[in-house]
Design a protein around this ligand. Structure first.
Ligand code: NAP
Length: 274
C-alpha cells in the first residue's frame, strides 16, 4: 500500500472512531501563481485522503495585525488541527512573526521555533515535511542510511539544515555544503547519498556525482531552455551515474505534500488522545 493509501485508511479509521476527520486550514495571501498552484495541490491531496480542508484567501494588502487575528482565531478553534500559511508573504508582513503565532501543535509545516527546537533536541513533535519526506523516500527505496556518507547541498532552515539533522539522526556521516563551499564537486563526489536543495536549474551534473550514489533532487526551477519545471540536478546526465535519482516534477514534491497530510493526521490524533 502506498503511503497515501495508508493515510486514507488511517483517516477512515479515525472517522469511524471519532465521527469526524482531521481539518486543515491553509492561508493564502495574494495571488502569486506559484503559491496558488501549491495551495491547490495541497487541498486536492487533503480531499483525496479524506482530510477536511479549506483555503482562506486574502488580498496582498491585508495587514499583519489582521492576519495575526485570523491565526489567533484558528488557534483557538478546537476543530482546526492544522494551520498552514503559504509562503512567501507580502513584504510588509513579518513571516517569522506569523509562523511563531501558530500554535506549535497545529503548525503542520513545522517551522515554528518550538518545533525546530524539538527536531534538534530529538523531542517528539511534528517534523518538517520536505526533510521528513526525503527520509521516507530513502526508506521506501530500501536505501541504508546508517554509516553512509551523506552530502546535503543547501543550508536553508526549511530543507538543508533539517534534512541534514534527520540524516545524522539515522547515523549517516553528514556534510553540509553551500554557496561558499570550495571545490563543491569534490565534496559532492564523496556522497553515497546526495541531497541537493539550492534552487539553481540543472546545477549538479554527472561529473559531480559518485557512481552508484543515490541522488535526491529537491529543487523546483523553470528550465530556461523550455519553460518547464526542472530540478537542481541535470537529470539526463545524472541518471547515467546515479543508482537512483528522484525526478522533478515528481519525487520530493508529492512526498512533501503527503507528509503534510500525515502531520495533519498526527495533530488530530494527538488532540484526541490528550
Ligand atoms: P534557499 O532558502 O534559497 O537556500 C538555498 C541554499 O542553497 C542556500 O543555503 C545557498 O547557500 C545554497 N546555494 C545557492 N547557490 C549555491 C551554489 N551555487 N552552490 C552551493 N550552494 C548554493 O532555498 P530552499 O528554500 O532550501 O529551496 C531550495 C530549492 O528547493 C528551491 O528550488 C525550492 O523551490 C525547492 N523546494 C522544493 C520543495 C519541495 O517540496 N519539492 C520544498 C522546499 C523547497 P548560502 O546559504 O551560502 O546562501
Amino acid at each position: 500500500m502506498s503511503l497515501k493509501e495508508g493515510l486514507k485508511v488511517r483517516v477512515a479509521e479515525l472517522e469511524a472512531k471519532y465521527g469526524t476527520t482531521p481539518n486543515l486550514v491553509v492561508i493564502l495571501v495574494g495571488d502569486d501563481p506559484g503559491s496558488v498552484s501549491y495551495v491547490t495541490g495541497k487541498a486536492k491531496a487533503a480531499t483525496e485522503v479524506g482530510i477536511r480542508n479549506s483555503t482562506l484567501r486574502y488580498p496582498a494588502t491585508i495587514s499583519e495585525a489582521e492576519l495575526l487575528a485570523i491565526v489567533d482565531k484558528l488557534n483557538a478553534d478546537d476543530d482546526v488541527d492544522g494551520i498552514l500559511i503559504q509562503l512567501p508573504l507580502p513584504k510588509h508582513i513579518d513571516e517569522q512573526k506569523m509562523i511563531s503565532a501558530i500554535k506549535p501543535e497545529k503548525d503542520v509545516d513545522s517551522f515554528h521555533p518550538q518545533n525546530v527546537a524539538n527536531l534538534w533536541l530529538k523531542l517528539p513533535g511534528l517534523k518538517p515535511c520536505t526533510p521528513k519526506g526525503i527520509i521516507k523516500l530513502l526508506d521506501s527505496a530500501g536505501v541504508t542510511i546508517e554509516g553512509k556518507e551523506a552530502v546535503v547541498v543547501g543550508r536553508s532552515n526549511i530543507v538543508g539544515l533539517p534534512v541534514a539533522k534527520l540524516l545524522l539522526d539515522r547515523n549517516a556521516t553528514v556534510t553540509i555544503a553551500h554557496s561558499r563551499t570550495k571545490n563543491l564537486a569534490e565534496v559532492t563526489r564523496r556522497a553515497d547519498i546526495l541531497v541537493v536543495a539550492i534552487g539553481r536549474e540543472r546545477f549538479v551534473t554527472a561529473d559531480m556525482i559518485k557512481p552508484g550514489a543515490v541522488v535526491i533532487d529537491v529543487g523546483v526551477n523553470r528550465d530556461s531552455r523550455n519553460g518547464k519545471l526542472c530540478g537542481d540536478v541535470d537529470f539526463e546526465s545524472a541518471e547515467q551515474v546515479a543508482s537512483a535519482i528522484t525526478p522533478v516534477p515528481g519525487g520530493v514534491g508529492p512526498m512533501t505534500i503527503t507528509c503534510l497530510m500525515e502531520n495533519t493526521v498526527e495533530s488530530f490524533e494527538k488532540k484526541k488522545t490528550k
